[in-house]
Every structure is written in structure tokens, then in C-alpha cells.
Design a protein around this ligand. Structure first.
Ligand code: G6P
Length: 362
């Protein structure tokens, strides 16, 4: 059938979509770049970003996790305050809004009902909205004032992979464009650094055997799994845990490195896998301290670190990428480990039970 043709030689859409990520990043660079190698976004979007005093990111699921990274990117690069909210909670726990808010809706499908509820509400109140989506022409795209296309190509697997990295790449360019508009001088070349990310992604996608081995060693039989990370690594832990839950049904949770000991460490038993991410220089020693704490209680730690920060015994090392962009690289081994864990546990990778690709009911 048609789906077999689209999958090509891949056994699953998810694996194909993971492998497409370097191409997607290069595609995004090409779409949002001027001839002279600078970043170019729509002028209306630039003005909306420039004139707002606070940005409210609204999203769900994996897109929410991209939003958490987006907040860091926009605050660090464009020096503009950002809040990130789960769409389904926003209207109940509405924060006090600033004078000139700009709403950013992040949605792969552009159809998620939880987001639409918020969009309708904020438009009624007269606020401006930008939708970052993989489907221009979708409901959220049509009803917002502006759209940024993530150019990831159709994502078929229910578990989101390439849409997530595409969202973060576009958020990077949005932050850069806003910084440019505000006259903030950047200390890095975003186009070049995203190119380095694309190459790192290729290297990571070439290490499937090693990642399959890790999935087998740590996740073949376990009931649960914890992901810990500090600073930017915390957000990618949330996404790594979500991926693992979605497709392998292993109970997985992501924690800030310092937080596990405030409760959840009670769940650590002999052999409980704890995947620790160590790509942030300023917290490298503290995350390794957390690993020692859990190992002392019997956990089976699996450290994924970044080139230059690795220690003997780390399970996997990610090629070095710019500190703002680590999540784009780090998530790839986590996606692949989840994929192989699901495969070994005979799960339906592309169509996990109880989940829908796009949730159009509230
Ligand atoms: C569903 C999917 C998730 C996705 C979430 C948000 O629950 O199963 O993978 O992250 O919706 O989807 P969106 O299309 O708004 O990004």
C-alpha cells in the first residue's frame, strides 16, 4: 500500500524520520537564509517580536518540550522574557499578562484542540499570535496572525522526532532574527552552528548499532527508567522520557538532576536504569554527582555526555555542538534508544496504543 512506498526501505516511519533530521535542519537553514548568509524572517514577524514586551509560548506534548528550549533560546539570544505554558492548562491558570504580549503556538500538526482553545481566547482579547507549525494552512496557522513553517516534511509516526528538532531550529532563527532587529550583537554564527548540528546529527544517526546495544543493555526488561540532566539537559530529559513512554510503555520520567533526591529516588532499586545527560560544562560535575547518588542506591547509570566533557565509562558521547544548540543533538540518541527499546519489547513503534498523531478534542 501507499504507506509502504513512503517508508522506502525503512521498517518504520519513526526510524526514517529520525534519519531525516540532518536534512531537515539543512532545509530550514536554506529556507531562512539571505544570500549573504544572514538570517531572514518575515518582516511582520520580526516587528511583532520586536514590539512585544513578553512572549507566551503555548504548546502540548513534544512541542511543549521544544517550547521550553525555545524560551532559553529567545531569552539568551534575544534578551526577551518568555513564559512557556501547557495549552490545556493556560486558560485555567492564566498568568498576569504583560502590556504587549505576543503568543507563540507551537504545533507540529497545527490542529491540536488544546491550543486552538487558547488561540481563540487570546485573539478575542485582541492579542497577536504566531503559529510555528509543520502544516501551513492548518487551523492554527490560518487563525493566527503569522506563521513560521518548520519545513520538516510530513511526519507520520505518532511519536514526534524531526518535527521537534525542526521546531527548535526555527526557534533559534526566530531568536536570532529578533536579536538582529534589536541590534544585539551575537557571539556566534547561527547558520554555521546549525550546519554543525546537522553534521553531528549525521554522525549520531550512524551509530545505530551502539544505541541499539544500549537499549538492549538497559531497557530490555525494566519496568521503569529515569532521565536526569541539569540546565539545558533537563528539557531534553523530559523529551527523552516522553519518547520512551510513548512507544515502549516503560514508565519513564525526566528530572532536573538535583530533584530526584527530593522524592523519586525512593523508587530506585537494584538495576533501575538512570540515563544521565552531561552536555553542559557548568554543571558537568554536579550531574555526575547525581549519578553517584543513584548508583549508590543500586541504579544502573547510563551517561550520555558531549565531546570535551566525557569521562571514562560514559556509555555514549555526542559530537560537540554550540552550547545553545545541544538539545538538537542530544535528543537523537534518546530517540534511537527509545526506538530500539520499543522494538525489543515488540511494541508497535509507529502506532503506539492509546495515542493519536493529532488530538483534535479537548
Ligand atoms: C499528540 C501527539 C504528540 C504531540 C502532541 C502535540 O498528543 O501524540 O506526539 O506532541 O499531540 O501535537 P502538535 O501537533 O500540536 O505538535
Amino acid at each position: 500500500d501507499a504507506s509502504d512506498i513512503e517508508k522506502g526501505t525503512y521498517p518504520h516511519f519513526m526510524l526514517k524520520e529520525i534519519d531525516e533530521q540532518p536534512f531537515v535542519i539543512r532545509n530550514i537553514i536554506q529556507k531562512y537564509q539571505n544570500k549573504d548568509g544572514t538570517v531572514r524572517l518575515d518582516e511582520d514577524i520580526r516587528n511583532a517580536m520586536k514590539s512585544s514586551d513578553r512572549i507566551y509560548i503555548i504548546a502540548a506534548g513534544t512541542s511543549y518540550h521544544a517550547g521550553l528550549v525555545g524560551k532559553q533560546l529567545i531569552e539568551k539570544i534575544a534578551q526577551r522574557p518568555v513564559e512557556v505554558h501547557i495549552a490545556s492548562e493556560f486558560l485555567y491558570n492564566m498568568p498576569l499578562l504583560s502590556e504587549n504580549p505576543l503568543f507563540i503556538f507551537i504545533s507540529q500538526s497545527g490542529e491540536t484542540a488544546d491550543l486552538r482553545g487558547v488561540l481563540v481566547d487570546v485573539k478575542e482579547k485582541g492579542y497577536k499570535a504566531l503559529t510555528i507549525t509543520n502544516v501551513p494552512g492548518s487551523t492554527l496557522s490560518r487563525e493566527a496572525d503569522f506563521t513560521l513553517h518548520t519545513y520538516a516534511g510530513p511526519e507520520i509516526a505518532v511519536a514526534s522526532t524531526k518535527a521537534y528538532t525542526a521546531q527548535m531550529a526555527v526557534l533559534t532563527l526566530l531568536a536570532v532574527d529578533t536579536a538582529n532587529a534589536k541590534g544585539i550583537k551575537l557571539d556566534f554564527d547561527p547558520i554555521q552552528e546549525l550546519g554543525i548540528v546537522a553534521s553531528a546529527m549525521e554522525t549520531l544517526c550512524d551509530q545505530k548499532e551502539r544505541l541499539e546495544q544500549i537499549a538492549r543493555d538497559y531497557l530490555a526488561v525494566t519496568r521503569n527508567c529515569f532521565f536526569i540532566g541539569r540546565a539545558a539537559d533537563y528539557f531534553v530529559c523530559l523529551e527523552g522520557a516522553l519518547k520512551l513512554k510513548e512507544i515502549s510503555y516503560i514508565q519513564a520520567e525526566g528530572f532536573a538532576g538535583g530533584e530526584l533526591k527530593h522524592g523519586t529516588i525512593a523508587l530506585i532499586e537494584d538495576g533501575t536504569p538512570v540515563i544521565a545527560i552531561a552536555t553542559q560544562e557548568h554543571v558537568n560535575l554536579s550531574i555526575r554527582g547525581n549519578v553517584k547518588e543513584v548508583a549508590a542506591r543500586g541504579a544502573n547509570p547510563c551517561i550520555i555526555s558531549m565531546e570535551g566533557l566525557e569521562h571514562d565509562g560514559d556509555a555514549f558521547v555526542i559530537p560537540k555542538v554550540h552550547e545553545h544548540l545541544t538539545s538538537l543533538a542530544t535528543v537523537i540518541p534518546l530517540q534511537l534508544i527509545s526506538y530500539y527499546a520499543a522494538l525489543h519489547r515488540d511494541c508497535d513503534v509507529d502506532k503506539p496504543r492509546n495515542l493519536a498523531k493529532s488530538v483534535t478534542v479537548e
